[in-house]
Design a binder for this molecule. Structure first.
Ligand code: GDP
Ligand code: IMO
Ligand code: MG
Length: 425
């Protein structure tokens, strides 16, 4: 039976997943998002234009690929409508290539308010949420209170909506915090957006995907966020509220583990993180500033500056293991061009002992990174097109990574554009 391929981020998100999904869309019939929501910002660059997608799968720009938003995703109709408007502006006809799972949950305006109240209440301990209502929506899902896409087909769906938003307003009043909002105004936008959302076909997505697998269609599952933001395996509590790892594709699409074939793990040649939480290899010096500047490290969803640091191979190996990664895409190697020395963390000094596994806590007080150094490549690599043009020192860096994590790097990305992609396999 045809296997489904899986693509996910191996760090703290923003690895470049959108770009590689776009590149791989040529070889796939269906692109399926399986978790997260508009906290994601996936950037695609081609024909001199940049596009950022939040909920819509990154295959939408390809003529033939079908795109489906799976049951594991949480959808904000207002943001979804904006994404559709953007596509229309670029003359992309999405009407025949976008489907929504009836089992996906809806983000209500009051979910966003609860997110804001919860973050404000945490004070200095805040998670650094994108404030898109992700946590509260998944809480309602697991609490069995959520509103789903399929509910919108019921005549009494507005009653359900009202019950849930009333509950949220009560919850908000329990916070000792004043959040300014005008619910009427928010609801005007919300109900308007729901009308637009209803023009997209709702499907029984498990049946749809399983039938298409039987028809030997090639499916690529698109992850959001990254493994270190996973609700179970990430740096809890500084994580998102979904399963960002391979298991999330099973629950978020209704596929069985033995239906998964290739697992594409996306990683940057260094590390970034946006929001709060531990980050052992974070740099606070000119090297970090340089990565941020050259790499243009600003959040695609919130515009916040991303924290930057060296590659953490201990964390990467952990992510490769829990996802069963079969091949790596190494992104943004061009950003490291010109560094005399490049470092990668190859073990942790954990509570005074050297370890090579990812421990319970990677808090600064527990973990100090131990580095291996590499000679840099003093060459602009953004124009190279073939593996033979890759500088030897970059090849050595890649080989070291492959040996450390036990998986080959099959795609090397040397710039944001679709074309700046070198196939190493
Ligand atoms: P995603 O969330 O994983 O899809 O990643 P983002 O889109 O949030 O962030 C990745 C950023 O890096 C985007 O601005 C991309 O256009 C850009 N990018 C992707 N690959 C490369 C690369 O190889 N080199 C450079 N310089 N930029 C890249
Ligand atoms: P993509 O798919 C980077 C981070 C937030 C915050 C934490 C919780 O573009 O890689 P949430 O809004 O989920 O409550 O935020 O997770 N975060 C991301 N960081 N890329 C993302 O998505 C992210 N989605 C959430 O910054 O630290
Ligand atoms: Mg992103």
């Amino acid at each position: 039976m045809t296997k489904i391929s899986l693509l996910l981020g191996l760090q703290w998100g923003d690895e470049g997943k959108g770009k590689i999904v776009d590149v791989l869309s040529q070889k796939h019939d269906i692109i399926a998002r399986f978790q997260g929501g508009p906290n994601a910002g996936h950037t695609l660059v081609f024909n001199g234009q940049k596009h950022v997608l939040h909920t819509i799968p990154s295959g939408i720009f390809h003529e033939t690929a079908m795109n489906i938003v799976g049951n594991g995703v949480v959808i904000d109709p207002v943001i979804f409508k904006k994404e559709l408007d953007n596509l229309s502006k670029h003359n992309i006809d999405y009407t025949k290539k976008l489907l929504l799972s009836r089992k996906a949950h809806l983000i209500l305006p009051t979910h966003r308010l609860l997110d804001a109240a919860s973050e404000t209440a945490k004070g200095k301990a805040k998670i650094g949420s994108t404030l898109k209502g992700i946590g509260p929506t998944y809480m309602d899902k697991t609490g069995r209170n959520g509103l789903r896409i399929g509910d919108l087909e019921l005549e009494n769906w507005k009653d359900k909506y009202n019950r849930l938003s009333q509950k949220h307003l009560k919850m908000l009043s329990h916070f000792n915090i004043k959040i300014e909002f005008d619910l009427n105004e928010l609801e005007v936008d919300f109900f308007e957006a729901i009308k637009v959302l209803k023009n997209i076909p709702f499907v029984d997505s498990v049946h749809y995907l399983q039938e298409e697998l039987k028809n030997e269609k090639k499916i690529l599952a698109e992850g959001a966020q990254g493994s270190l933001l996973d609700i179970d395996f990430g740096t809890y509590p500084f994580v998102t509220s979904s399963t960002t790892t391979a298991a999330g594709a099973c629950t978020g699409l209704g596929i069985a583990p033995n239906q998964i074939g290739e697992v594409y793990g996306i990683m940057k040649a260094y590390t970034t993180r946006v929001g709060s939480g531990p980050f052992p290899t974070e740099l606070f010096d000119t090297d970090g500033e340089r990565m941020a500047k050259v790499g243009n490290e600003f959040g695609a969803t919130t515009g916040r500056p991303r924290r930057c640091g060296w590659l953490d191979l201990v964390a990467l190996k952990y992510a490769v293991q829990i996802n069963g990664v079969t091949q790596l895409s190494m992104m943004k190697s061009d950003v490291l061009s010109g560094f005399d020395t490049i470092k990668a963390c190859t073990s942790y000094l954990y509570k005074g002992k050297e370890i090579t596994h990812f421990p319970y806590s990677i808090d600064e007080k527990d973990v100090k990174p131990i580095y291996t150094e590499f000679t840099g490549w003093n060459k602009d690599i953004t124009e190279i097109e073939t593996p033979s043009e890759i500088p030897n020192t970059l090849k050595e860096y890649i080989t070291f990574i492959e040996n450390y994590v036990g998986v080959p790097v099959t795609i090397l990305s040397v710039g944001p554009d679709r074309k700046q992609t070198i196939n190493l396999s």
